[in-house]
Every structure is written in structure tokens, then in C-alpha cells.
Ligand binder design. Sequence first.
Ligand code: KIV
Length: 272
Amino acid sequence: MSSYNENLRTVTTQRLMEMKQRGEKISMLTAYDYSTAIILDKAGIDVVLVGDSAGNVMAGHTTTLPVTLDQMIWYAQAVRRAVKRALVVVDLPFGSYQGNSKEAVHSAIRMMKESGADAIKIEGGLEIKESVERILSAGIPIMGHLGLTPQSINKFGSYAVRAKDEVEAKKLVEDARLLADLGCFGIVLEKIPAVLAKQVTEEISIPTISIGAGPYTDGQVLVLHDMLGINKDFSPRFLRRYANLHDEILEAIEHYIQDVKSGDFPNEKESY
Ligand code: KIV
């Protein structure tokens, strides 16, 4: 188990590349607030993703589409204040970069300037080529995201596994090559067959990070609330739960309510 060590070098995009080269797996988790981001950094996580999954787990939306750039900047600022070692990557939300490349670079610059993020993440391949080029030319590191891209959920119509057929698999490989050639520093591969993720990982020089894309990628990412068992309703096959915080929190709150009602809390020692 890894733990925080002040002497550890801060994680950079270059360091992630070195990790791929020497076969060291990259660990990544989401965070949206200061207090949990402190714990992630203390544990020694490599990358903290301020994901637009905040729209689901923090705000209760059914998709990530309603999340705004201002909201993502606010979440990212809180996480940035906490994280000293890990690389902080922030999602540009739906509607902040798909319109045109000028809008995309404007959103990316706002994110970097106002939140202090280390890098941004955007979804898509060839269709966002011009925006990728423009953002990179502004000196902003980009992590790509291919496969099941939740901002396109209305196009897909479901959260089923992507790129199972030859045509979509071929496009995914081409998009991954393109993002790597353009100069992205990593790519999230979401919910695609493990063999396809393996092929992409072997073909491109930049790190691949899996969420539901099997074990052969350079790293893994999960949504924090899912892996901690805060959400009980979301149980895809790829999710491993490392805690059952929903029940623990519920029990603690029920206990508190009982103590308040019975007059047990606060006691003499807890009073002035
Ligand atoms: O928003 C998010 O949390 C993500 C992960 C699922 C990779 O993009």
C-alpha cells in the first residue's frame, strides 16, 4: 500500500510518460472537494481527476450534460487547494469546447487560469482535432477520453460497452493515434473491450487509463463515490468497491439522531 512521502517528486505529465515506459501502473481517482482531495493526495494517488461526474455524484443529475464551466472551475479550485503531489486534471464540461476551437481554447485558458489545474481532459477524437491543436498550442496539457464518452450519451442512447464492432473499434484506434500524435499526454479509455484497450496501449506512446477497459492499460481510474460505496445504486461489472461508506455514514447519522433525541449528546465533557 502506498502512502504519502514528502520527498516524492510531484507528479507531472512527463513522469506519467516515464511510468508507462517502465511499466509502472498509474493510479487515478476523482475528487470534487478539498477534504477528500487531501486524503487522496496523502494516500499517494498519481492523478486526481476533477471529473464532470460531479454532475452525477455531487449534484444528482442523471447525465454530465448540465455541468457548467463555472461549476467545474469551482470544484477544481477546491481540489487544487488540497493537492500538493498528484497531477490535477480537470474535465472541460459539455458545451464548453465542442462549438469551435476558439471557444475551446478560451474555456481551457479560463480553467487553467482560474482553477490552477495542471491539465484538462476533453472527450472525442477526430471531431475535436482543431480544438486539441489550439489548446495544446496555448501550452495546456490535454488528456483525451475515448470509448464511452458520457457527454455524448444522447448520441449513444445507452451506457453499454462501446467499440465492440469493427468499424467503431477501428475509429477508436485511429482517434487514439491521432490524440497521441497531436501531443496529448494521456487518454482515458472508458468501457471498451479489454483486448482493444490492450491494442491501443501497445500502439501509442502515451499512457492509457482504463475505466471499464480491462487490465492491460497503463493505469486505472474510478469515480471515488462509486469505489467507496457511497453510491449503492450504481454497480457496473467493472466497479470494485473498496468500502461501504453508504452504510457506515447512515449508521453514524442514525446514531447521532438517537443521541440528540435521547439527550445523550452533548454530555458534560462536550459542554462549556
Ligand atoms: O467525469 C469523470 O469522472 C470521468 C471518469 C469516468 C474518467 O471522466
